[in-house]
Design a protein around this ligand. Structure first.
Ligand code: RM4
Ligand code: MN
Ligand code: MN
Length: 427
């Protein structure tokens, strides 16, 4: 339904206005010494992975409100990701959570994905829930459990996830652990960290040579007193202990209030240990809201660090970009379209920063002009640039509009009756 012809027809509706907008912006940016064509080509290179767990309505521990036409299995989730990719030109890979989206036949899944023009990004292991038939419980931890048997079971699960990922063509595993405690005295802080480190070391030693392992920190939830991989410091200690293949994953919602996340990003870059991102947005905690919906300036400042680093480090700087959101109210496909566009916009703004002038202002301690250099880029309406990038990639000027105009959700509601999809709650 959302083929290139439908997208082209929809683009036609506002193409003339778009041409005016980009022409105007081109003239404005030329005065700032910026070549629009070059920026558009850079935006076209941006890609972000879509999480397999975000395509159905999420939920909280208080309830879940399913929407019409939710995907009933992983194949239907791939179809939804393909729609997002077609409309944005920037979502060519899926990040699988196992066992939530454990494929019955990984090879068949690879073929289906290939036919849809998709591939697979990092695989995610799950030792934060017990699975039916599992021998030992993760109630008191997994990779950091006091019982060696539980740790071994959790290591074996990660091994399995890597095996699945190999068949899929993934090149990384992301490990987020719920290990922690709810009350003072419950766990020995140092011992539990050492046990996690030792378990991760075993996983890392067996990792295929061309794979990366990302450790993802989170300050609290579900553990409310202490979390073993609590902050970026703990995550960095792990990545450094594990060696070359390990690095840190920054989920934007996994920081205590008021943390300067863009500076965390800069520190990890300095350490050579910025592995990747889980993009989302948050007001209070791990809220998993639409990327860029609450703190768009922060998102821009993060991309400013990323662009700055890639100017210096070139091709070697390749963080993995993934979205990690939970869609409780919005149509998941629409929310993901919004998120991809928000990321394209943030990246575009960061590309407009005059880095030579910024460096000069920093060297001469010109506070006002340094800040203005950033806000000049941030306050530029970059929407025509990202629309043009999508257009050139065969995508939509306005992805959500196309999705609505073709009535795609209604079509899915009819095609996918009797949804059996039951995502996990309150993650
Ligand atoms: C966690 C963390 C992980 C994600 C789970 C579902 O809070 O963000 O990345 O896999 O939620
Ligand atoms: Mn995450
Ligand atoms: Mn999270």
């Amino acid at each position: 339904m959302i083929g290139s012809e439908r997208i082209r027809q929809n683009n036609e509706l506002t193409l003339a206005a778009h041409r005016d907008d980009i022409g105007h912006l081109e003239a404005q940016l030329a005065l700032r010494g910026i070549d629009v064509a070059h920026v558009v080509e850079q935006i076209r290179t941006f890609a972000v992975a879509i999480p397999s767990w975000a395509l159905g309505a999420g939920g909280t521990r208080f309830g879940r409100f399913p929407g019409p036409g939710e995907p009933r299995d992983i194949y239907e989730k791939l179809e939804d990701v393909a729609v997002i990719h077609r409309l944005t030109g920037a979502a060519p890979r899926v990040s699988l959570h196992i066992p939530w989206d454990e494929p019955d036949d990984a090879q068949a899944l690879v073929e289906r994905a290939g036919a849809l023009g998709l591939g697979f990004d990092a695989v995610n292991s799950n030792t934060f829930q017990d699975q039916p038939g599992q021998a030992l419980s993760y109630k008191f931890g997994s990779l950091g459990h006091t019982d060696a048997g539980v740790r071994e079971q959790a290591i074996a699960h990660n091994r399995h996830v890597i095996d699945v990922g190999r068949t899929l063509g993934s090149k990384a595993i992301t490990i987020w652990l719920a290990d922690g405690s709810n009350y003072p005295g419950q766990v020995h802080f140092r011992r539990s960290f050492e046990r996690v480190r030792a378990s991760l070391r075993t996983i890392c030693e067996e990792l295929p040579h061309d794979w990366r392992l990302f450790t993802e920190h989170k300050p609290y939830e579900p553990a409310f007193y202490s979390t073993v991989v609590q902050d970026w410091g703990s995550s960095l200690m792990l990545a450094q202990a594990l060696g070359e293949q390990a690095s840190c994953l920054v989920d934007l919602g996994h920081h205590l209030p008021n943390t300067n996340v863009e500076m965390v990003v800069a520190r990890l870059i300095t350490a050579g240990k910025l592995g990747g991102f889980h993009f989302n947005d948050a007001k209070y905690g791990d809220d998993d809201l639409t990327t860029g919906s609450i703190r768009p300036y922060q998102l821009f400042l993060i991309f400013n660090e990323l662009v700055d680093a890639s100017c210096e480090l070139g091709e070697t700087f390749r963080p993995a970009y993934m979205i990690d959101q939970s869609h409780n109210l919005k149509d998941p496909i629409e929310a993901l379209l919004q998120s991809v566009v928000a990321l394209q916009n943030a990246y575009a703004r960061a590309l407009l920063v005059d880095r030579v002038r910024l460096a000069e202002c920093q060297e001469t301690n010109d506070v006002i002009m340094a800040e203005r250099t950033l806000t000049e880029a941030y306050e530029t309406d970059v929407r025509p640039l990202t629309a043009e990038a999508r257009l050139r990639s065969g995508g939509a000027l306005d992805p959500v509009r196309v999705f609505r105009d073709v009535g795609y959700r209604d079509h899915l509601a009819e095609a996918r009756t009797a949804s059996t999809y039951a995502p996990p709650q309150s993650l």
